[in-house]
Design a protein around this ligand. Sequence first.
Ligand code: NAD
Ligand code: TYD
Length: 355
Amino acid sequence: MKTILVTGGAGFIGSCYVLMAVKQGFRVINLDKLTYSGNMDNLSSLVGNENHIFVQGDIGNYELVQYLCKTYQPDYVVNFAAESHVDRSIIDPEAFVRTNVLGTSILLRAVKDWYDLLDNNSALQQNFRFLHVSTDEVYGALKPGDPAFTEKTAFAPNSPYSASKASSDHFVRAYFETYGFPCLITNCSNNYGPRQFPEKLIPLVTLNALKRQKLPVYGTGENIRDWLHVEDHCDAIHLVLEKGKIGETYCIGGNSERTNIEVVRTICQILDELCPHQDGKYEELIHFVTDRLGHDFRYAINCTKIKNELGWSPKHNFTDGLKATVKWYLDNKAWVENVQSGEYRRWIDKNYLHR
Ligand code: NAD
Ligand code: TYD
């Protein structure tokens, strides 16, 4: 049985990956600090499963990471842990530097120091891989007719979030170039699916609509994102982990570019169908609000490399995937109720009250 040290495995994408990896027969050591977006409810189906070992802690804790590596001898490390929300990064950039830059750098050093002491001829040392999960936002913003981002696009991060992720990507690359540490990087577009913290567009709009609250659309709503279902992202990550070429970057995207207003209207139409409301159509709740500072206009990913080299392509189409996602939030009332507690309410007031 192979062991994977997963960081940030209580978050949206990390938990999807942990559930998938345990199901596929891996033992997972899950290191998560449980910040506001880390949620043990995401992992409730693994309670009592001895192949999931949860450890609350920080990727920036060198001794803890060393201890976990020495104790569990992971075959792979997959780093999801991060501060992940652009709007929060505009308000508190340093939190992003601490985890995304410094934390990743310490995690790399702790894992590498353990790896360096392994027997050179051991299968563990020869097959070990460290995969860093990153974002397409490191490439900056596209204009309407621009070609999509590829692995060769120069970094041009515009938000404190994307600047911190770009920096972490550079550290990972440097560990490969300088020390020959066996790293891989994935840069993915916007994810959607079950268990996403409702500060992000799709769950926020779905849950606000259900409470008949305003649906805040930044600026004109014409900004474009390329949406990918979280399960497709996790499949791609796992494929890169096992089959990708060490030292390389892989772009992952959904080929599903949509304007924000299209996404919001589609959610409204799905809700009109699944739970029509006597007070009127959900679209009537749409409310255009002050734009995000430095709002990137468009992201799009060209995923030819991962398709051609590893044979990956997304299985979910956006229309069906979005409908299933909205239904998930409708069907999981306890999850929704728990997640909309203290920190969530504070954030909603901070970001929207004076917008
Ligand atoms: P998330 O905010 O839902 O989860 C992040 C997790 O990391 C949480 O469980 C949190 O508790 C944990 N964490 C934060 N700081 C930590 C620390 N210092 N030590 C240990 N754990 C810590 O985020 P997500 O959407 O699941 O994103 C996961 C990763 O994927 C991030 O690296 C993000 O940059 C990347 N990514 C996200 C998207 C997206 O659309 N959500 C797209 C591409 C890439
Ligand atoms: P978000 O889900 O925060 O992801 P990202 O900033 O990483 O792309 O936002 C997706 C898009 O939706 C982005 O263009 C900003 C926009 N948006 C709104 O219009 N209103 C909102 O309340 C939020 C959270 C986002």
